[in-house]
Structures are given as structure tokens and as C-alpha cells.
Design a protein around this ligand. Structure first.
Ligand code: PLP
Length: 236
């Protein structure tokens, strides 16, 4: 199967999952996760109509952004992995959106850089809803207070635009197992939006193995790598 064929299938599956949930097909955007994927394959995906690409390492994102800027002028790069504060400058050079805000300090570092650059950056707060030690993100059961308090402070930063929440569900062979995790993130989003008094329209959740369950629970951005580009060679 070519990347174009894979992309077409993934789009059909997304539309199908949206229809089952009574949602419009256009209400779920596809972010093609291109970490470890060579530039030529990314260009193929672009030629197949994909415009949103997700990377989890800043260095790799910057390299691809620079290498592909001419060939893919309207591509949008999403940073979806844990971001270190010392990489913030490089991050804002390439990112259209950062999905993985996991501390107020990181948000403040981004705010300072975006203010200096005179731009407003859309961001999502990462929630470790499966409460896994190996993952970054706010843990709601450890401290819901901390999440709500820092979210309010992040939402008030003038050069960041808090658009919603992101989560990576624990791996499970049964894709439906992730559904309660996604439901929990949606409920947190609803609660937080009510507290902030403004909508948080985006829910970034669902990967190749569990995007149907995520769409059923309200995902607006699904991050899909393997189903488009095939198995990754190295762990990333
Ligand atoms: C790698 C990755 C994905 C994509 O995973 P696939 O299973 O290949 O679809 C999605 N989100 C994050 C945060 C990732 O690191």
C-alpha cells in the first residue's frame, strides 16, 4: 500500500467513526505523525492532501520544517512530545501548535518567546489521564487543583491561545479500553471551559490503535503515524 492509499483509508475511517458518533466528518482533523519518517515519505503524504504533521522532538521538527519549507509551503507542524524549556526558541520557530504543555513554567517560557516574536501560539495542555509514571502531562487524580490553577494562569498569558487538552491513552490491545480515558479528558475539558468561562474547542486524542474510541468521545484532532506511514523502525 502506498502512503496515498493509507491516507485515503485513514480519512474514510475517521469519517466513518465521526458519522457513528453523530458528528460531521469535518469536525475531526488529521495530524499525520511523521516522527522518524524520512522527508520523501512526508512529501508523499503532502501530495495526498495532508497538511498537518506531528513531531515529538524539536530538533527533528525544525530540520524537517526547514528542509521541506519550499516543497510544502502551507504545511503546519504540530509539536506533540514533551518539550524542554531550553528548546522553546526552536519550538516556536517551526510550530503551528504545541499539544504538550505540561507545566506553567514551560508555558511562561513560551509566552516570553512568543511576545518577543510578536505572535500568538495555539497550545493544548497535556493530561496524563491514564496516570502512567512513564508519561508526561498533568495527572488529574494526583492534583486536579494544580491542573485547574495552572490552566487558568496559562489561559491568561497574552501570547498563548489555550485551545483545549491533549492526551495519550495507555497502550491496550483492546482499542475500546481507552474509551473511559478519553471520556475523562472530555469531562475535564468541559469542566475547565466552564471554570474559565470560555470554550476550549480542541481535544487532541487518538492514535492509530485507538482513534475510533477517541472520536466517539469527542476528539477534534487525531494524531496518526503508523496507519499512514507504516511501522516505525526505531522507537521514538
Ligand atoms: C508517535 C505518536 C503518535 C502516533 O502513534 P501511532 O500509533 O503511530 O499512530 C501520536 N501521538 C504521540 C504523542 C506520539 O508520540
Amino acid at each position: 500500500m502506498t502512503i496515498a492509499e493509507n491516507a485515503a483509508h485513514v480519512r474514510e475511517w475517521i469519517a466513518d467513526a465521526a458519522a457513528r458518533a453523530g458528528r460531521a466528518p469535518g469536525s475531526v482533523a488529521l495530524v499525520a505523525v511523521s516522527k522518524t519518517v524520512p522527508a520523501a515519505a512526508i512529501v508523499e503524504a503532502y501530495a495526498a492532501g495532508l497538511r498537518d504533521f506531528g513531531e515529538n522532538r524539536v530538533q527533528e521538527a525544525v530540520e524537517k520544517y526547514e528542509t521541506l519549507a519550499v516543497q510544502m509551503p502551507d504545511a503546519r507542524w504540530h509539536l506533540i512530545g514533551h518539550l524542554q524549556r531550553n528548546k522553546v526558541k526552536d519550538a516556536i520557530a517551526c510550530a503551528s501548535m504545541i499539544h504538550s504543555i505540561d507545566s506553567l513554567r514551560l508555558a511562561e517560557a513560551l509566552e516570553a518567546r512568543c511576545a518577543a516574536a510578536g505572535r500568538v501560539l495555539p497550545v493544548l495542555i497535556e493530561v496524563n489521564a491514564g496516570e502512567e509514571a512513564s508519561k508526561s502531562g498533568y495527572r488529574p487524580s494526583a492534583s486536579l487543583d494544580l491542573l485547574y490553577r495552572e490552566a487558568a494562569q496559562i489561559a491568561a498569558l497574552p501570547h498563548l491561545r489555550l485551545d483545549g487538552l491533549m492526551t495519550v491513552a495507555p497502550f491496550a490491545p483492546d482499542p475500546e479500553a481507552a474509551r473511559p480515558v478519553f471520556a475523562r479528558v472530555r469531562a475535564l475539558r468541559d469542566d475547565l471551559a466552564a471554570r474559565l468561562g470560555r470554550p476550549l474547542p480542541q481535544l487532541s486524542m487518538g492514535m492509530s490503535g485507538d482513534f475510533r474510541a477517541a472520536i466517539a468521545e469527542g476528539a477534534t484532532l487525531v494524531r496518526i503515524g503508523t496507519a499512514i506511514f507504516g511501522e516505525r523502525k526505531a522507537a521514538a
